[in-house]
Design a protein around this ligand. Structure first.
Ligand code: PNS
Length: 188
């Protein structure tokens, strides 16, 4: 009869479980179109329990992003410049395959309201099915940032609302440069 601990490991990670590397490498994937203070909040928290946190931009132009992958990675790099163990990269294809290539054993996802949960639940289980040895960890941004999303920031910016305090300076300056006609005019 197999050792109960080994049996549990097989149940949890499957038969082809790989030995976890000594250093904890995590991937924080997303569209980041653009990065917000909500994302930055998650990065600041996740980097405290990882040795290397790789913020990974999905290369998927089908989503018709406002910013190109190059622009998004540049804004991310500028925004995380003060975090020594955070790196920015991009990927296409399956997230778990990218995680394996980068020798990451963790996927970080930020979770805001309950409305995020269903989609995140599905993705986490699908990723676990594909690679049982890659674990998803959910991180909650602070209350102050829990309502911020890239989609809402873009909407408010397009309509001329004030987005300062919602996105880091590299994003704010680009949006201001980009949208002369949309730049914030009032207290809203
Ligand atoms: O910021 P987003 O748009 O919520 O990020 C979604 C992302 C990039 C994490 C997700 O779309 C993704 O992982 N795409 C890669 C394709 C993949 O691996 N799909 C199968 C697992 S659900």
């Amino acid at each position: 009869m197999a050792d109960p601990l080994i049996q549990l490991e097989i149940t949890v990670w499957g038969n082809n479980s790989v030995e976890q590397p000594a250093s904890r490498v995590a991937i924080y994937p997303g569209t980041f179109d653009p990065i917000t203070y909500g994302h930055l909040d998650v990065i600041a928290r996740a980097r405290r329990f990882t040795d290397l946190l790789i913020v990974a931009v999905l290369r998927n132009e089908h989503k018709h992003p406002l910013f190109s992958v190059a622009e998004r990675t540049e804004m991310l790099r500028e925004s995380v410049a003060g975090f020594p163990n955070v790196e920015v990269d991009s990927f296409e294809g399956l997230l778990v395959e990218f995680a394996v290539v980068r020798q990451a054993s963790l996927i970080i996802r930020g979770i805001r309201a309950i409305s995020d949960y269903e989609n995140e639940w599905q993705m986490a289980h699908m990723n676990r099915r594909l690679r049982p040895d890659v674990e998803t960890i959910f991180v909650m941004a602070s209350e102050a940032h829990s309502f911020v999303s890239s989609r809402l920031v873009k909407e408010v910016w397009k309509l001329g609302g004030n987005i300062s305090g919602l996105v880091p300076p590299p994003v704010l300056s680009r949006l201001e440069r980009l949208g002369g006609q949309f730049a914030s005019k009032g207290p809203y």
